[in-house]
Design a protein around this ligand. Sequence first.
Ligand SMILES: Cc1cc2nc3c(=O)[nH]c(=O)nc-3n(C[C@H](O)[C@H](O)[C@H](O)COP(=O)(O)O)c2cc1C
Length: 449
Amino acid sequence: MAILSWLTTPSTFCRSVYQLRPQNRPAEMSKWVWVTEMDLKGKVILVGVTGSIAIYKACELVSQLRQQGAEVHVLMTPHATRLISPLTFHALSGNPVVTDLFVPETHAIEHVALADRADAFLIVPATANTIAKLALGLADDAVTTTALACPAPLVIAPAMETKMWQHPATQGHIKTLQARGVIIVEPETGWLASGKQGVGRLASLERILAALREALKRRERGQDLAGWRVVVTAGATREFFDPVRFISNPSTGKMGIAVAQAARERGAEVVLIAGHTEAPLPEGVEIVQVRTAKEMLDAVLRYADWLEVFVGAAAVADFTPKQVAPTKLRRSETERLLLELEPTADILMALRQRRPDAFLVGFAAEVGEPSEKAKEKLAHKGLDMIVANDVSQPDAGFGADTNRCTFITMDGQIKTLPLLTKLEVAHQLWDFVREHRERQKAEVKRVCR
Ligand SMILES: Cc1cc2nc3c(=O)[nH]c(=O)nc-3n(C[C@H](O)[C@H](O)[C@H](O)COP(=O)(O)O)c2cc1C
């Protein structure tokens, strides 16, 4: 009976490509088409298969990858081989399956060679056990050993019973892997074969393929920001009016964190100045934790002479209480509380004064059509570029994993992005900034000649 609780219903392969997250999205599938554009022909894809009942869906995935021209190599954990024969994956992939590193014919050294040749490594389905091993860096089977030796982007599609997925241990491991840049294709909510409804069902094939293409794009970009010095702000500031109470906003910092993570992945040296955030902070990035708008300003100015590019993605308070009570305010001691607020200092303007030459990117989170207000902000603050987004949309802005953004530059270039994950928005932002800076540098050279 326990086994039954892992049984999942067959996946609905007709689900649309734009669904990178399990929730329903408005039908804007066409806007996601570019995500699917990358050609898989000739790409070397490793597929790690683990001991989940959703393993049968990996057969369809392997077959699809091969049909689309990819060179597919399957690696299986010993538990996976007890659910499906390696022969099935051998037939579907057209290549021998690596199941045991200690058997000469499946080559103990071959897995390193495969890891080096891989363009991407997918682990589908990923059990709670394998996820934990990956987070800890354990390497005791073909899948985890190869994953550790593989420099290519790693995509993990977990599948498990709801309680296993929601267990703090599993969630902790997922956060660790995300912070390391692993792409997680989160499981879906739906009917489990046990008869229960819950989260834990393997993501649809389309979502897994969309994540694979995101990974391949990431690999193509390589280390194109190597040598860049970047400062990013993220999250909400908190403006205290007594030692335990503050005024703030619902920002979770996900957008700024994604911007910092994307820059890091592409080789930049990154400082992330974080207010209150509710998402895992990326590894390999210097983190400066602040609470108030004033602390954020001070931190930014400390790095002012060092940075080349600044991205202000934090939701910084515009107003702060004029006075902070030295002790906790009590209801019993005052009939009503009137707070007098004063404007906070403008971080972007202060930085522009200090660094007229740096490339400054601001964010304009507005309610309603954001472009006009964003253009005003761009000009007023002397920014090089602004990212406008409408935070009133449920799939964009505060807390969402996706965003709808428009990039506007000071020389009048406008680029509107479709609904994308925040990490993909971040990569598009860096593509745009890089292109723009290169043009600026060429222009300076031309004028100086
Ligand atoms: C029939 C069956 C189905 C299972 N399905 C899952 C599953 O969907 N997800 C999961 O995390 N574990 C599942 N397990 C438990 C794992 O197989 C077990 O934790 C094993 O140690 C995983 O090993 P591996 O990660 O090396 O493949 C299942 C076990 C059995 C017997």
